[in-house]
Design a protein around this ligand. Structure first.
Ligand SMILES: Nc1ncnc2c1ncn2[C@@H]1O[C@H](COP(=O)(O)OP(=O)(O)OP(=O)(O)O)[C@@H](O)[C@H]1O
Ligand SMILES: [Mg+2]
Length: 541
């Protein structure tokens, strides 16, 4: 090779390398396919003098090859660029997966000039190069460029560079299709999760056939169809959150968000920014603007748990949102309007809080539009067997077990007072299923506070009706001396439960010495192993 031809040859190599380097940089910097492909066509134009760069992709569904991107073409010209498999030059490249070069398109009968974007083809001789875009050996589209005729480059070299570029494009297209598939999969997953949530919180999944629960289902059905604010009242563990979700998932907002905020868990300043959001720099640490729960719940429902615990300053702001349905972010001036259904819950006596001046009366009335009172479990004991059945089935399924309970265990569960309501019952059943070594749970396996008194475990059959403070009817009952004895026993058990089985702590709670507690434990026969959260404390008699 003579030095005269070597010089342009090495220049050409440098140019090719820089072109490929720039293109790989573009592909590495963005996931936006459109943007990347435009960048590639621009580089081919400015570095290599390749004009009218066009990227066509094949659509399997329509069986058509159409222009996805084209440099220097109007959208009408682009819209005309559609080819069947094997049709014209582009259709042939697509069909055979091989590059084609047309040295002068003005002379080529196969050139369809469908886009009519080049003016008079005879005015200026133009060469046309098209290479297949492949993904995993399969042709998915075509990359084509124009070359002004007479430039001293071999078409062979152009084809080689374009083939490399086309393979890079193929990878980018593949990646994007992958991302799209993933996104579609995620959307599908979200849809089915939504569906599952809706099923889970359908009213027929809430257990209870008592008259009191019947009234609650009716209230939920009615209120779901409106945007009215609901105030759920009831002791801890009675199912306030369950009902709040049921209201949302039975309402026309079911496909919107269900957002929950526990108002007791946060100090005032944080609570405000959690509810209403904040602007960047609103306070130390606010390094970026943040949406509050009201904004996040737009189009859905906002569940404000422990509403009785919000401080006065936040009460004022909440009142305004309830009245006007709009607010400003902390540190912001723009008024934001939202469409949110509010469900609030509390186990506090709000009326006394108002009397003490701790809760605003006007806010109370705004919240209490539809009050729903969830009864404690001891006031609907007829639901206990159903709930036990429901939780036994649930935890047997989850733990792959087949645990059953005896009639005496059922009786003990029916007699117990359930201060922690359904949650306590659910936890007790779960513990029975997990801890029981036998298939059949016996009274001895029951956690201490629920276990039948020593009379029964010692074989006595007659039990005073007031042994748990209340009879099966839920009515407080009175008894003789043995009632006092059992009340004391119950107090001790409760103190032990609270103290996680630590005797010294329980004694302090009861205001007696550990020695006195030890004496009583022996007297009442409290000897079973007491288990809390996987820890086991053996109480010696
Ligand atoms: N009627 C019911 N049927 C089935 N499960 C129930 C029922 N009521 C409550 N539960 C279950 O009991 C547990 C406690 O319910 P939830 O969290 O709704 O109570 P809560 O009133 O919000 O309690 P807290 O005031 O302590 O927050 C949950 O696991 C819930 O699924
Ligand atoms: Mg709750």
């Amino acid at each position: 090779m003579s030095p005269a031809t070597e010089q342009p040859q090495s220049n050409r190599r440098v140019l090719e390398l820089s072109t490929l380097y720039e293109i790989s940089k573009i592909l590495g910097s963005s996931l936006d396919l459109e943007q990347s492909l435009t960048g590639i066509l621009r580089i081919l134009n400015s570095f290599m003098g390749m004009r009218k760069g066009t990227i066509l992709l094949y659509d399997v569904k329509t069986g058509e090859l159409s222009i996805r991107l084209a440099l220097g073409m109007t959208s009408e010209e682009m819209a005309r660029g559609k080819y069947q498999m094997g049709e014209g030059i582009l259709g042939k490249v697509m069909q055979h997966g091989l590059p084609m070069v047309i040295p002068d398109i003005g002379q080529e009968p196969q050139f369809l000039d469908r886009t009519q974007s080049r003016g008079d083809l005879r005015a200026q001789p133009i060469a046309f190069i098209a290479v297949p875009i492949k993904v995993g050996g399969e042709t998915v589209g075509v990359l084509s460029v124009d070359r002004l005729f007479g430039q001293a480059i071999s078409f062979e070299e152009d084809v080689r560079v374009l083939a490399i570029v086309a393979s890079l494009i193929g990878q980018a297209v593949n990646l994007q299709q992958h991302v799209m598939r993933e996104r579609d999969g995620l959307l599908e997953q979200t849809r089915s999760l939504q569906q599952a949530l809706r099923t889970r919180y359908r009213l027929d999944n809430i257990v209870g056939r008592s008259k009191r629960m019947g009234e609650i289902y009716e209230a939920v059905e009615q209120v779901s169809q409106t945007r009215a604010t609901v105030l759920l009242r009831g002791e801890s563990g009675t199912g306030k959150e369950l009902i709040a979700r049921a209201i949302h998932y039975n309402s026309p907002r079911a496909s919107g968000p269900f957002v929950k905020l526990n108002c007791a868990a946060l100090p005032q300043s944080l609570l405000e920014s959690e509810l209403f959001g904040h602007e960047k720099g609103a306070f130390t640490g606010a390094t970026a603007a943040k949406k509050g729960r009201f904004e996040l719940a737009d189009g859905g429902s906002l569940f404000l748990d422990e509403i009785g615990d919000i401080p006065m300053t936040v009460q004022v702001k909440l009142l305004r949102v309830l009245q006007e349905r709009c607010f400003e972010r902390v540190g912001g001036t723009k008024t934001i309007a939202v469409d949110v259904r509010i469900v609030a819950a509390t186990n506090q006596d709000l009326e006394s809080a108002i009397a003490r001046g701790e809760f605003r009366e006007d806010l109370y009335y705004r919240l209490n539009v539809v009050p729903v009172l969830l009864p404690p479990l001891r006031e609907r004991r007829e639901d206990i067997p159903l709930l036990i059945e429901h939780f036994l089935a649930k935890y047997n399924r989850e733990n792959n077990r087949k645990i059953r309970i005896t009639g005496r265990v059922l009786q003990a569960l029916l007699d117990y007072d359930w201060p922690g309501n359904v949650r306590e019952l659910e936890n007790s059943v779960e513990r029975m299923v997990v801890m029981s070594r036998r298939r059949l749970v016996l009274p001895d396996d029951l956690p201490l506070p629920i276990a039948p008194g020593p009379d029964e475990s010692e074989g006595g059959r007659i039990r005073p009706p007031a042994i748990r403070g209340r009879g099966a009817t839920g009515q407080p009952t009175t008894g003789g001396l043995s009632t006092l004895r059992d009340l004391e026993r119950q107090q001790i058990i409760r103190a032990l439960t609270q103290a996680n089985g630590v005797q010294a702590k329980a004694a302090a709670l009861l205001g007696i010495t550990p020695r006195q507690l030890g004496y009583r434990l022996r007297r009442y026969g409290v000897v079973r192993a007491y288990q809390v959260a996987g820890e086991s404390h053996a109480l010696e008699a």
